[in-house]
Design a protein around this ligand. Structure first.
Ligand code: UDP
Ligand code: MG
Length: 313
């Protein structure tokens, strides 16, 4: 019998935990051919979420609860849950606020049985989200696709099933400022998307404020691309080259004409801009080194193997 772990990050969900568990349990009890574990990670909720989880654990021994010492954010909560689930054949990550319908789980498992390593979900409708947030999300994914070269789909969610080999590879990641889904997308493997209609939050407010979302977006951009760093150098080169051409022309025209055709101030301004160009280029050069250090520091595995045929090791 294959075992599957359901990992649930929980932050200020005291009013959702019970109804979430009930809906999840209805779905899981129909899937008799698998053995399930539900791993709830309380991400330092200030409310009674932990007490609710304690109650659940006494009612159902398939449920485990992990309480983090403080609020670390969803990405870390998911990482903690996944580490606990490392020996399962598959892991399903799902939100506790019922925006991710547990009824989709059989479909995720079907796709997994078809041989996919990552079964990701995509929201079909998100009308209840404010326009600004929706536009922001589309823009973010557009930027990410452009600069990281990764296969990232807009409206994709953390509601996903991962095969054991993906989870084991994920556990090799050591970066601290992490975007869970981003690392998973970076890893590759065979991925398939399943669509679903997102419901509004059951109760309570979304724990992801705009500030948290912006921090997450910035983290993912800096950890997947060195483009912002390189842009400084390009700008510096552009300024240096164009101003040196201008300076050259100024020098020649000074020698060839009796009456100077530009003012002394103009010369000073161009010369100053030239210096700025040099400074920016040097900054870009420094950035290049920082980029190299950055790549070393996040210490991703060099490569990941999907399968081996006829090898000796
Ligand atoms: N969450 C968490 N830590 C946080 C914020 C959120 O573990 O700091 C959990 C939350 O309990 C929920 C999931 O992450 O299960 C998604 O959070 P939310 O609904 O606030 O985000 P959104 O639906 O807007 O992506
Ligand atoms: Mg939510």
């Amino acid at each position: 019998m294959k075992n599957i772990s359901v990992v649930v990050p929980v932050y200020k969900e005291e009013r959702n935990i019970c109804s979430f568990y009930e809906r999840l349990n209805t779905v899981l009890s129909k899937l008799n051919e698998y053995s399930f574990r539900v791993i709830m990670v309380n991400d330092g909720s200030p409310d009674n979420s932990m007490q609710e989880l304690r109650k659940l654990c006494t009612v159902d021994n398939r449920v485990s609860a992990i309480g983090l010492s403080r609020n670390f954010g969803k990405e870390i909560a998911l990482s903690a849950g996944v580490a606990e689930a490392a020996d399962s054949d598959a892991v399903i990550c799902i939100d506790a606020d019922l925006q991710h319908p547990p009824e989709l789980i059989p479909e995720l498992i079907d796709k997994w049985n078809d041989g996919f390593d990552i079964v990701a979900t995509v929201r079909r409708t998100i009308d209840e989200q404010p326009l600004f947030r929706r536009l922001g999300s589309h823009f973010y994914y557009w930027v990410m696709r452009k600069i990281s070269g990764l296969d990232m789909v807009s409206q994709t969610t953390d509601y996903r099933l991962y095969d054991k080999k993906v989870i084991n590879a994920f556990l090799l990641a050591t970066e601290r400022e992490r975007m869970f889904r981003g690392i998973m997308d970076w890893m590759g493997y065979d991925k398939v998307y399943v669509e679903f209609d997102a419901a509004a939050r059951e109760s309570g407010e979304a724990g992801y404020s705009y500030a948290k979302l912006i921090k997450l977006a910035l983290n993912s951009i800096t950890s997947f691309s060195l483009l912002p760093l390189r842009a400084t150098a390009y700008l510096g080169f552009l300024i240096t080259i164009s101003t040196s051409l201008l300076l050259l022309w100024m020098g020649f025209s000074y020698l060839l004409n009796e009456e100077p055709i530009y003012t002394a101030l103009a010369f000073v301004v161009v010369f100053n801009t030239f210096l700025i160009g040099i400074v920016l280029s040097c900054l870009g050069l420094v950035a290049h080194y920082i980029g190299a250090i950055h790549t070393e520091v996040i210490n991703r595995p060099l490569y990941l193997i999907k399968e081996k045929i006829n090898t000796y090791k």
